[in-house]
Design a protein around this ligand. Structure first.
Ligand code: PLP
Ligand code: COI
Length: 365
């Protein structure tokens, strides 16, 4: 058993008694899909009131036993993050903006009345699992190791108040394309359901937001679409975001619009990165409200030429069709647009170490 220290916290290293055999692992990495295969290890760190963070372990991935009264099972006090590790051409491994995930994790923690984690500890936990499972990072186009840090209320207690004990875990999953269809552009359904209301938890990455999005997402799939888009809760007019991605609108004059961060949408790290990359290109990007009616009118008049969704899992995905109870329209030719492709290429090249990194986003492990 080895140990390594970071920011006053020492990670205990427990080696895996029976890791997945190399041949099986290689088979999985050939076609990893999304979210179905997992690596050999996980990180676990506990937090207890009065003691803070303690018992950091990088060890074998294994089921966890929970008391039936564990608070998260009743009141959903849980938050998570999503980021990726990439294998670069020189064999090194890199993360993309992990400090931004650490910051958002702490914003989510604040909203859910949970303890914050020092940025250095969050990043070290990511480094630990990536080092332990570095043989699990698939190479090739669109492939990466998806990392899922999360924290939940682990105290066995049924009173409704912030828990006094939490568990933080990081698991990892080799990932290919998020959308199974492999279609060049996705089709989205405008939901009558609401994802988030002012004053709610829309800007936090908490499990409950996703639980509430499952019925609308299932409805989208039933109707033959890939994803659901949510409108604002108050007027049901302004476009917010998809179930797991932010949106960008591209106009014929080369300018872009993305919905502003009003507190009801998730502040995506991909969204923020595209904002910077588009501005680097000299493009005008506005963060402002954009309505469904305007979207349809602009798509039909030709003023709007492209729309794309962006997020860690989905990277940059063109939106080709939009339908809802009162709308049905195609964007541009219904396929991927030029600017969408250009911005995606710029982003992916930085993430993969194939282009200069002017913003210092890439962190080698
Ligand atoms: N919006 C929602 C609701 C999400 O779940 C995600 C994914 O994390 C995003 C947007 C995109 O965020 P990011 O680019 O940080 O992955
Ligand atoms: C991500 O992109 O990291 C997400 O969390 C989106 C989805 C898998 C929930």
């Amino acid at each position: 058993m080895a140990t390594s220290a970071t920011t006053e916290i020492t990670f205990e290293h427990m080696s895996h008694p029976a890791p997945v055999p190399a041949a099986k692992r290689e088979e999985i990495l050939e076609n990893p899909g999304f979210g179905t295969n997992f690596t050999d290890h996980m990180v676990s760190i506990d937090w207890t009131e009065g003691r803070g963070w303690h018992d950091a372990v990088i060890g074998p991935r294994a089921p966890i036993a929970l008391d039936p009264a564990t608070a998260v099972l009743h009141y959903a006090q849980e938050i998570f993050e999503g980021l990726k590790a990439y294998k670069h051409g020189d064999g090194s491994v890199a993360l993309f903006r992990p400090e931004a995930n650490a910051a958002r994790f702490n914003q989510s923690a604040q909203r859910l009345a949970m303890p914050e984690m020092p940025e250095a500890l969050f990043i070290e936990s990511i480094r630990q699992i990536v080092k332990a499972d570095r043989d699990w990072i698939p190479a090739g186009d669109g492939a990466s190791l998806y990392l899922r840090p999360f924290m939940f209320a682990s105290e066995a207690f049924l009173g409704v108040r912030p828990a006094k004990q939490y568990k933080y875990l990081v698991i990892a999953s080799p990932a290919g394309n998020y959308f199974k269809s492999g279609a060049p552009a996705v089709s989205i359904w405008v939901s009558d359901y609401t994802r988030a209301a002012p004053g709610g938890t829309g800007a936090a990455k908490c499990g409950g937001n996703y639980a509430a999005s499952l019925v609308p997402q299932a409805e989208a799939i039933e109707r033959g679409h890939d994803q659901v888009v949510f409108l604002d809760a108050a007027e049901h007019k302004w476009i917010e975001e998809l179930g797991g991605m932010n949106l960008y609108f591209v106009f014929s004059d080369g300018s872009l619009v993305t919905p502003s961060l009003t507190g009801t949408i998730l502040p995506g790290i991909t969204r923020d990165s595209i904002l910077a990359l588009a501005r680097d290109e000299g493009l005008t990007v506005r963060e402002e409200r954009y309505s469904l009616d305007q979207w349809r009118a602009d798509a039909q008049s030709g003023k709007l030429v492209e729309t794309f969704a962006c997020g860690t899992a989905a990277v940059v995905t063109p939106v080709g069709k939009v339908a809802g109870r009162e709308v049905d329209f195609t964007i541009g030719s219904g396929g991927p647009g030029q600017l969408t492709q250009k911005l995606k290429n710029r982003l992916v090249a930085i993430q993969r170490g194939e282009a200069p990194d002017p913003h210092g986003w890439v962190m080698k492990v």
